[in-house]
Design a protein around this ligand. Structure first.
Ligand code: ATP
Ligand code: LTN
Length: 335
Protein backbone atom coordinates (compact mmCIF):
# COMPACT_ATOMS: atom_id res chain seq x y z
CA UNK A 1 0.00 0.00 0.00
CA UNK A 2 1.51 3.35 -0.95
CA UNK A 3 1.68 6.04 1.71
CA UNK A 4 -1.49 8.02 2.27
CA UNK A 5 -3.62 5.31 0.69
CA UNK A 6 -6.31 3.95 2.98
CA UNK A 7 -6.89 0.20 3.33
CA UNK A 8 -9.82 -1.03 1.30
CA UNK A 9 -12.98 -2.51 2.76
CA UNK A 10 -15.57 -4.25 0.64
CA UNK A 11 -18.81 -5.87 1.60
CA UNK A 12 -21.95 -6.80 -0.25
CA UNK A 13 -25.60 -7.43 0.55
CA UNK A 14 -28.21 -9.16 -1.56
CA UNK A 15 -31.27 -7.11 -2.48
CA UNK A 16 -33.44 -9.97 -1.27
CA UNK A 17 -35.96 -8.10 0.89
CA UNK A 18 -36.48 -5.27 3.36
CA UNK A 19 -33.41 -4.85 5.55
CA UNK A 20 -33.87 -5.96 9.14
CA UNK A 21 -32.79 -4.49 12.46
CA UNK A 22 -30.18 -7.31 12.34
CA UNK A 23 -28.69 -5.98 9.08
CA UNK A 24 -28.73 -2.46 10.53
CA UNK A 25 -27.16 -3.18 13.93
CA UNK A 26 -24.91 -6.04 12.81
CA UNK A 27 -23.70 -4.55 9.57
CA UNK A 28 -24.65 -1.13 8.18
CA UNK A 29 -24.31 0.85 11.40
CA UNK A 30 -20.76 -0.50 11.74
CA UNK A 31 -19.94 0.17 8.09
CA UNK A 32 -21.00 3.82 8.38
CA UNK A 33 -18.27 4.51 10.94
CA UNK A 34 -15.58 2.93 8.76
CA UNK A 35 -15.72 5.62 6.12
CA UNK A 36 -13.03 7.71 7.84
CA UNK A 37 -10.42 5.00 8.11
CA UNK A 38 -11.03 2.93 5.01
CA UNK A 39 -11.76 3.34 1.34
CA UNK A 40 -15.15 1.62 1.22
CA UNK A 41 -16.85 -0.30 -1.60
CA UNK A 42 -20.46 -1.39 -1.03
CA UNK A 43 -21.80 -3.39 -3.98
CA UNK A 44 -25.44 -4.40 -3.92
CA UNK A 45 -25.03 -7.93 -5.24
CA UNK A 46 -27.94 -8.29 -7.63
CA UNK A 47 -26.23 -11.08 -9.63
CA UNK A 48 -26.17 -13.20 -6.47
CA UNK A 49 -29.90 -12.58 -5.96
CA UNK A 50 -30.86 -14.57 -9.08
CA UNK A 51 -29.38 -17.85 -7.82
CA UNK A 52 -32.71 -18.64 -6.17
CA UNK A 53 -36.22 -18.32 -7.59
CA UNK A 54 -37.12 -14.63 -8.10
CA UNK A 55 -39.42 -12.25 -9.95
CA UNK A 56 -37.57 -9.64 -12.11
CA UNK A 57 -39.89 -6.71 -11.26
CA UNK A 58 -39.50 -7.53 -7.54
CA UNK A 59 -35.71 -7.62 -7.87
CA UNK A 60 -35.75 -4.16 -9.46
CA UNK A 61 -37.95 -2.77 -6.67
CA UNK A 62 -35.88 -4.37 -3.94
CA UNK A 63 -32.64 -3.11 -5.43
CA UNK A 64 -33.91 0.49 -5.20
CA UNK A 65 -35.16 -0.21 -1.67
CA UNK A 66 -31.81 -1.60 -0.61
CA UNK A 67 -30.00 1.44 -2.02
CA UNK A 68 -32.42 3.89 -0.35
CA UNK A 69 -32.04 2.02 2.94
CA UNK A 70 -28.25 2.13 2.72
CA UNK A 71 -28.35 5.88 2.21
CA UNK A 72 -30.98 6.39 4.91
CA UNK A 73 -28.83 4.40 7.38
CA UNK A 74 -25.98 6.84 6.92
CA UNK A 75 -23.72 5.37 4.24
CA UNK A 76 -22.38 8.56 2.72
CA UNK A 77 -21.95 8.23 -1.08
CA UNK A 78 -19.50 11.16 -1.05
CA UNK A 79 -17.12 9.10 1.07
CA UNK A 80 -17.78 5.57 -0.22
CA UNK A 81 -18.62 3.77 -3.44
CA UNK A 82 -22.14 2.32 -3.53
CA UNK A 83 -22.92 0.49 -6.77
CA UNK A 84 -24.65 -2.46 -8.39
CA UNK A 85 -22.61 -5.57 -9.05
CA UNK A 86 -24.33 -5.91 -12.44
CA UNK A 87 -23.12 -2.42 -13.48
CA UNK A 88 -19.44 -3.28 -13.33
CA UNK A 89 -17.69 -5.39 -15.95
CA UNK A 90 -15.34 -7.75 -14.21
CA UNK A 91 -17.29 -9.59 -11.52
CA UNK A 92 -18.47 -12.37 -13.81
CA UNK A 93 -15.27 -12.37 -15.89
CA UNK A 94 -13.04 -12.83 -12.86
CA UNK A 95 -15.49 -15.34 -11.47
CA UNK A 96 -14.96 -17.50 -14.56
CA UNK A 97 -11.19 -17.46 -14.24
CA UNK A 98 -11.45 -18.29 -10.53
CA UNK A 99 -13.95 -21.07 -11.17
CA UNK A 100 -11.31 -22.76 -13.33
CA UNK A 101 -9.12 -22.87 -10.20
CA UNK A 102 -11.88 -24.24 -7.94
CA UNK A 103 -12.33 -27.97 -7.32
CA UNK A 104 -16.04 -28.59 -7.73
CA UNK A 105 -16.04 -30.75 -4.56
CA UNK A 106 -15.18 -27.65 -2.49
CA UNK A 107 -18.37 -25.99 -3.73
CA UNK A 108 -20.53 -29.02 -2.97
CA UNK A 109 -19.24 -28.92 0.61
CA UNK A 110 -20.30 -25.32 1.28
CA UNK A 111 -22.81 -25.09 4.14
CA UNK A 112 -24.96 -22.42 2.48
CA UNK A 113 -25.16 -24.48 -0.73
CA UNK A 114 -26.13 -27.60 1.20
CA UNK A 115 -28.81 -25.69 3.11
CA UNK A 116 -30.30 -23.91 0.12
CA UNK A 117 -30.17 -26.93 -2.20
CA UNK A 118 -31.82 -29.22 0.35
CA UNK A 119 -34.98 -27.09 0.63
CA UNK A 120 -37.77 -29.36 -0.71
CA UNK A 121 -38.71 -28.33 -4.25
CA UNK A 122 -35.66 -26.06 -4.69
CA UNK A 123 -34.35 -25.98 -8.26
CA UNK A 124 -30.63 -26.35 -7.83
CA UNK A 125 -28.99 -24.38 -10.61
CA UNK A 126 -25.26 -24.10 -11.35
CA UNK A 127 -25.33 -20.44 -10.22
CA UNK A 128 -26.24 -21.52 -6.69
CA UNK A 129 -23.24 -23.86 -6.67
CA UNK A 130 -20.92 -21.17 -8.07
CA UNK A 131 -22.25 -18.46 -5.72
CA UNK A 132 -19.11 -18.49 -3.51
CA UNK A 133 -16.80 -18.11 -6.53
CA UNK A 134 -18.71 -15.00 -7.63
CA UNK A 135 -18.39 -13.68 -4.08
CA UNK A 136 -14.63 -14.32 -4.20
CA UNK A 137 -14.51 -12.37 -7.46
CA UNK A 138 -16.40 -9.45 -5.83
CA UNK A 139 -13.69 -9.26 -3.20
CA UNK A 140 -10.56 -9.93 -5.28
CA UNK A 141 -11.59 -7.63 -8.15
CA UNK A 142 -10.94 -4.69 -5.82
CA UNK A 143 -8.04 -6.28 -3.93
CA UNK A 144 -9.91 -5.70 -0.68
CA UNK A 145 -7.86 -5.73 2.52
CA UNK A 146 -10.79 -6.43 4.79
CA UNK A 147 -14.24 -7.89 4.39
CA UNK A 148 -16.88 -7.32 7.08
CA UNK A 149 -19.04 -10.43 7.20
CA UNK A 150 -21.23 -12.23 9.70
CA UNK A 151 -20.52 -15.73 10.99
CA UNK A 152 -22.57 -17.26 8.19
CA UNK A 153 -20.21 -15.92 5.51
CA UNK A 154 -16.89 -16.96 7.04
CA UNK A 155 -16.68 -20.15 5.00
CA UNK A 156 -17.19 -18.19 1.79
CA UNK A 157 -14.48 -15.73 2.78
CA UNK A 158 -12.15 -18.64 3.45
CA UNK A 159 -12.72 -19.82 -0.13
CA UNK A 160 -11.90 -16.31 -1.40
CA UNK A 161 -8.64 -16.41 0.56
CA UNK A 162 -7.80 -19.85 -0.84
CA UNK A 163 -8.53 -18.73 -4.38
CA UNK A 164 -6.35 -15.63 -3.99
CA UNK A 165 -3.50 -17.87 -2.83
CA UNK A 166 -4.11 -20.40 -5.58
CA UNK A 167 -4.12 -17.71 -8.27
CA UNK A 168 -0.92 -16.16 -6.87
CA UNK A 169 0.71 -19.57 -6.76
CA UNK A 170 -0.47 -20.73 -10.22
CA UNK A 171 0.38 -17.49 -12.04
CA UNK A 172 2.25 -14.92 -9.96
CA UNK A 173 1.67 -12.65 -7.01
CA UNK A 174 -1.47 -10.64 -7.84
CA UNK A 175 -4.04 -10.63 -5.06
CA UNK A 176 -3.89 -9.58 -1.44
CA UNK A 177 -5.28 -12.19 0.94
CA UNK A 178 -8.44 -10.57 2.34
CA UNK A 179 -9.00 -10.60 6.11
CA UNK A 180 -12.39 -10.93 7.79
CA UNK A 181 -13.54 -7.91 9.78
CA UNK A 182 -15.71 -8.34 12.82
CA UNK A 183 -17.84 -5.35 13.85
CA UNK A 184 -17.85 -4.02 17.40
CA UNK A 185 -21.56 -4.29 18.14
CA UNK A 186 -24.62 -6.33 17.27
CA UNK A 187 -22.61 -9.18 15.76
CA UNK A 188 -25.56 -11.51 15.78
CA UNK A 189 -29.12 -10.34 16.31
CA UNK A 190 -31.48 -13.28 16.72
CA UNK A 191 -35.07 -13.84 15.67
CA UNK A 192 -37.69 -12.43 18.07
CA UNK A 193 -39.77 -15.60 17.82
CA UNK A 194 -36.94 -18.14 17.86
CA UNK A 195 -33.87 -16.65 19.56
CA UNK A 196 -31.75 -19.62 18.52
CA UNK A 197 -31.97 -18.60 14.83
CA UNK A 198 -30.61 -15.37 13.39
CA UNK A 199 -32.97 -12.55 12.50
CA UNK A 200 -33.29 -12.87 8.73
CA UNK A 201 -35.05 -10.95 6.00
CA UNK A 202 -35.90 -14.06 4.03
CA UNK A 203 -37.99 -15.66 6.76
CA UNK A 204 -41.70 -15.89 6.07
CA UNK A 205 -42.98 -15.49 9.58
CA UNK A 206 -43.58 -11.75 10.09
CA UNK A 207 -43.02 -11.64 13.88
CA UNK A 208 -39.41 -12.87 13.56
CA UNK A 209 -37.76 -9.71 12.35
CA UNK A 210 -38.11 -5.96 12.78
CA UNK A 211 -37.90 -4.48 9.31
CA UNK A 212 -36.39 -1.03 8.86
CA UNK A 213 -39.60 0.47 7.43
CA UNK A 214 -41.90 -0.98 10.15
CA UNK A 215 -44.18 1.73 11.66
CA UNK A 216 -43.82 2.41 15.43
CA UNK A 217 -46.92 0.45 16.43
CA UNK A 218 -45.70 -2.61 14.51
CA UNK A 219 -42.25 -2.38 16.11
CA UNK A 220 -43.82 -2.18 19.58
CA UNK A 221 -46.14 -5.10 18.88
CA UNK A 222 -43.28 -7.30 17.61
CA UNK A 223 -41.13 -6.51 20.65
CA UNK A 224 -43.96 -7.01 23.15
CA UNK A 225 -44.75 -10.40 21.63
CA UNK A 226 -41.09 -11.49 21.39
CA UNK A 227 -40.49 -14.90 22.94
CA UNK A 228 -39.05 -14.63 26.44
CA UNK A 229 -37.82 -17.16 28.90
CA UNK A 230 -39.25 -18.55 32.10
CA UNK A 231 -38.87 -16.37 35.20
CA UNK A 232 -39.17 -12.60 35.16
CA UNK A 233 -35.58 -11.53 35.68
CA UNK A 234 -33.99 -9.24 33.11
CA UNK A 235 -30.50 -10.71 32.84
CA UNK A 236 -28.22 -12.23 30.23
CA UNK A 237 -27.49 -15.95 30.37
CA UNK A 238 -27.30 -19.13 28.30
CA UNK A 239 -30.53 -20.27 29.93
CA UNK A 240 -32.22 -17.04 28.74
CA UNK A 241 -31.70 -16.75 24.95
CA UNK A 242 -34.80 -14.56 24.45
CA UNK A 243 -33.96 -11.93 27.08
CA UNK A 244 -30.26 -12.07 26.16
CA UNK A 245 -31.13 -11.22 22.58
CA UNK A 246 -33.36 -8.31 23.66
CA UNK A 247 -30.59 -7.02 25.95
CA UNK A 248 -28.11 -7.21 23.06
CA UNK A 249 -30.46 -5.26 20.84
CA UNK A 250 -31.01 -2.66 23.59
CA UNK A 251 -27.27 -2.34 24.08
CA UNK A 252 -26.52 -2.06 20.34
CA UNK A 253 -29.21 0.60 19.86
CA UNK A 254 -28.32 2.78 22.85
CA UNK A 255 -24.58 2.11 23.15
CA UNK A 256 -25.12 1.25 26.84
CA UNK A 257 -23.48 -1.81 28.42
CA UNK A 258 -25.66 -4.87 29.03
CA UNK A 259 -24.64 -4.88 32.73
CA UNK A 260 -25.91 -1.32 33.12
CA UNK A 261 -29.24 -2.27 31.52
CA UNK A 262 -29.54 -5.34 33.76
CA UNK A 263 -29.18 -3.07 36.80
CA UNK A 264 -31.69 -0.55 35.55
CA UNK A 265 -34.35 -3.19 34.89
CA UNK A 266 -33.66 -5.40 37.92
CA UNK A 267 -37.04 -6.26 39.46
CA UNK A 268 -39.18 -4.42 36.88
CA UNK A 269 -40.37 -7.54 35.01
CA UNK A 270 -40.44 -8.17 31.29
CA UNK A 271 -43.27 -5.77 30.36
CA UNK A 272 -41.57 -2.54 31.43
CA UNK A 273 -38.28 -3.73 29.92
CA UNK A 274 -39.86 -4.53 26.56
CA UNK A 275 -41.70 -1.21 26.44
CA UNK A 276 -38.49 0.70 27.15
CA UNK A 277 -36.71 -1.30 24.45
CA UNK A 278 -39.52 -0.54 21.98
CA UNK A 279 -39.17 3.21 22.76
CA UNK A 280 -35.43 3.05 22.03
CA UNK A 281 -35.77 1.08 18.79
CA UNK A 282 -38.56 3.38 17.56
CA UNK A 283 -36.49 6.48 18.37
CA UNK A 284 -33.43 5.01 16.63
CA UNK A 285 -35.31 4.09 13.47
CA UNK A 286 -37.49 7.19 13.17
CA UNK A 287 -34.89 9.46 11.50
CA UNK A 288 -33.78 6.54 9.28
CA UNK A 289 -37.39 6.06 8.16
CA UNK A 290 -37.89 9.80 7.46
CA UNK A 291 -34.80 9.84 5.27
CA UNK A 292 -35.85 6.59 3.59
CA UNK A 293 -39.27 7.99 2.60
CA UNK A 294 -37.59 10.99 1.00
CA UNK A 295 -34.84 9.05 -0.80
CA UNK A 296 -37.03 6.28 -2.28
CA UNK A 297 -39.01 8.96 -4.14
CA UNK A 298 -35.84 10.59 -5.47
CA UNK A 299 -34.77 8.50 -8.48
CA UNK A 300 -32.47 11.30 -9.68
CA UNK A 301 -30.46 11.08 -6.47
CA UNK A 302 -30.38 7.27 -6.52
CA UNK A 303 -29.27 7.15 -10.17
CA UNK A 304 -26.52 9.68 -9.50
CA UNK A 305 -25.19 7.61 -6.59
CA UNK A 306 -25.23 4.43 -8.71
CA UNK A 307 -23.56 6.12 -11.67
CA UNK A 308 -20.74 7.63 -9.62
CA UNK A 309 -20.32 4.43 -7.62
CA UNK A 310 -20.08 2.28 -10.75
CA UNK A 311 -17.57 4.65 -12.39
CA UNK A 312 -15.19 4.49 -9.43
CA UNK A 313 -15.63 0.73 -9.10
CA UNK A 314 -15.16 0.14 -12.83
CA UNK A 315 -11.89 2.07 -12.96
CA UNK A 316 -10.45 -0.16 -10.27
CA UNK A 317 -12.01 -3.34 -11.70
CA UNK A 318 -10.51 -2.77 -15.16
CA UNK A 319 -7.03 -2.52 -13.67
CA UNK A 320 -7.37 -5.90 -11.96
CA UNK A 321 -9.02 -7.47 -14.96
CA UNK A 322 -6.20 -6.38 -17.28
CA UNK A 323 -3.64 -7.85 -14.91
CA UNK A 324 -5.55 -11.12 -14.56
CA UNK A 325 -5.99 -11.48 -18.33
CA UNK A 326 -2.32 -10.91 -18.96
CA UNK A 327 -1.25 -13.43 -16.31
CA UNK A 328 -3.76 -16.02 -17.47
CA UNK A 329 -2.30 -15.85 -20.99
CA UNK A 330 -5.07 -14.03 -22.85
CA UNK A 331 -3.83 -11.76 -25.63
CA UNK A 332 -4.51 -8.09 -24.91
CA UNK A 333 -7.60 -6.71 -26.65
CA UNK A 334 -6.60 -4.98 -29.91
CA UNK A 335 -7.72 -1.36 -30.37
P1 ATP B 1 -30.85 -13.47 4.18
O1 ATP B 1 -31.53 -13.20 5.50
O2 ATP B 1 -31.70 -13.23 3.00
O3 ATP B 1 -30.04 -14.73 4.15
P2 ATP B 1 -28.87 -11.68 5.07
O4 ATP B 1 -29.57 -10.50 5.64
O5 ATP B 1 -28.25 -12.67 5.97
O6 ATP B 1 -29.82 -12.35 4.02
P3 ATP B 1 -27.26 -9.97 3.45
O7 ATP B 1 -28.31 -9.02 3.14
O8 ATP B 1 -26.41 -10.37 2.31
O9 ATP B 1 -27.75 -11.32 4.04
O10 ATP B 1 -26.41 -9.48 4.69
C1 ATP B 1 -25.95 -8.19 4.83
C2 ATP B 1 -25.12 -8.10 6.10
O11 ATP B 1 -25.95 -8.15 7.27
C3 ATP B 1 -24.10 -9.23 6.25
O12 ATP B 1 -22.86 -8.65 6.65
C4 ATP B 1 -24.66 -10.09 7.37
O13 ATP B 1 -23.64 -10.76 8.10
C5 ATP B 1 -25.40 -9.05 8.22
N1 ATP B 1 -26.52 -9.65 8.98
C6 ATP B 1 -27.59 -10.26 8.45
N2 ATP B 1 -28.43 -10.70 9.42
C7 ATP B 1 -27.85 -10.36 10.61
C8 ATP B 1 -28.21 -10.54 12.00
N3 ATP B 1 -29.34 -11.13 12.35
N4 ATP B 1 -27.39 -10.05 12.96
C9 ATP B 1 -26.25 -9.43 12.63
N5 ATP B 1 -25.84 -9.22 11.35
C10 ATP B 1 -26.62 -9.68 10.35
N1 LTN C 1 -22.85 -13.79 0.34
C1 LTN C 1 -23.00 -12.58 1.12
C2 LTN C 1 -23.21 -11.37 0.25
C3 LTN C 1 -21.99 -11.05 -0.55
C4 LTN C 1 -20.76 -10.51 -0.04
C5 LTN C 1 -19.93 -10.35 -1.19
C6 LTN C 1 -20.33 -10.16 1.23
C7 LTN C 1 -21.82 -11.20 -1.90
N2 LTN C 1 -20.58 -10.77 -2.30
C8 LTN C 1 -18.62 -9.86 -1.03
C9 LTN C 1 -19.03 -9.67 1.36
C10 LTN C 1 -18.20 -9.52 0.23
C11 LTN C 1 -24.23 -12.76 2.03
O1 LTN C 1 -25.07 -13.57 1.74
N3 LTN C 1 -24.31 -11.98 3.09
Amino acid sequence: MSQGEKPLILTGAKPSGELTLGNYLGAIKNWAVMLEEYECFFPIVDLHAITVHYVPAELRRRTYQCLAQYLACGLDPERSHIFLQSHVTGHTELSWVLSCLTPVGDLHRMTQFKEKSSVPGASVNAGLLYYPVLMAADILLYNADRVPVGEDQKQHLELARNLAQRFNHTYSDTFKIPEPFIGKTGARIMSLQDPLRKMSKSEDSPGDAILLPDPPEVIRKKILSAVTDSGREVRRGDDKPGISNLLNIFSAVTGRAVEELEKEFAGTGYGAFKNALADSVIAELEPVQDRYRRIIEDKTLMHRVLKEGAEAAQARAYRTLAKVSRKAGFIERLR
